[in-house]
Design a protein around this ligand. Structure first.
Ligand code: HEC
Length: 185
């Protein structure tokens, strides 16, 4: 009788340990969509560029819109901001987020390799009804520099069914690094 009880208690303890291990392994993932404040990153050229990239996304019309003073900068054909579709500058689940973007490009599409610059220019020409940003220009460099905010310092193995607003859910692969616990948010 007593043996049975001990066995039962051991079984319960085993189940609890299993649950705890499962929680630690799969339940404690950081929230990839938490707002990461570019202003809190140390000031250096890359982070300044990333901050400019953020402005380009949330206030696109102010920098690239059809009404800006400098005619050479009128790249967009409408007054939309990238952030009107890519909500919270790409940090809103199910609203075309950028959380895995920097790790999924270059990407193979229809037997062709598409770079991230080309994909951005796809939105410049279609969604923004404008013309392509020069691939080696300051604005493209700033949009690409946002990689800093998402990945370089905070990349972890993770899968997210919420990446793509349209089409197949993407499996996101991140590399684990201490930046996650240091918190960019
Ligand atoms: C009218 C809405 C709209 C606007 C404005 C817009 N986009 Fe997009 N964008 C989309 C949609 C829709 C997708 C496809 C999302 C998907 O695959 O789930 C997309 C995809 C992208 C992707 C690929 C993301 C990925 O991980 O596959 C990038 C990069 C991108 N947009 C950048 C931009 C930038 C930069 C701007 C502003 C210059 C912009 N977009 C403006 C709608 C828009």
């Amino acid at each position: 009788m007593r043996r049975g009880m001990i066995g039962f208690v051991l079984m319960l303890a085993g189940a609890a340990a299993g649950l705890a291990a499962g929680y630690l392994l799969w339940g404690g993932r950081p929230n990839w969509y938490a707002v990461r404040d570019v202003g809190k990153l140390p000031a250096d050229r890359q982070n300044d560029l990333a901050a400019y990239g953020y402005q380009l996304i949330i206030n696109t019309q102010r920098y690239l819109g059809p009404d800006v003073a400098d005619a050479a900068m009128r790249f967009a054909g409408n007054n939309l901001a990238c952030g009107n579709c890519h909500l919270r500058a790409g940090l809103q689940p199910f609203a075309a987020p950028f959380v895995s973007t920097y790790t999924t490009f270059p990407m193979m599409v229809d037997d062709r390799v598409i770079t991230l610059s080309e994909r951005i220019n796809g939105c410049m020409t279609r969604s923004m009804n404008g013309r392509a940003l020069p691939a080696d220009g300051h604005e493209m460099e700033a949009l690409l520099a946002r990689r800093n905010v998402f990945h370089d310092k905070c990349a972890c193995w993770s899968t997210s069914p919420t990446h793509h607003a349209f089409g197949q859910p993407a499996t996101i692969h991140w590399l684990l690094d201490e930046g996650c616990s240091q918190g960019l948010s």
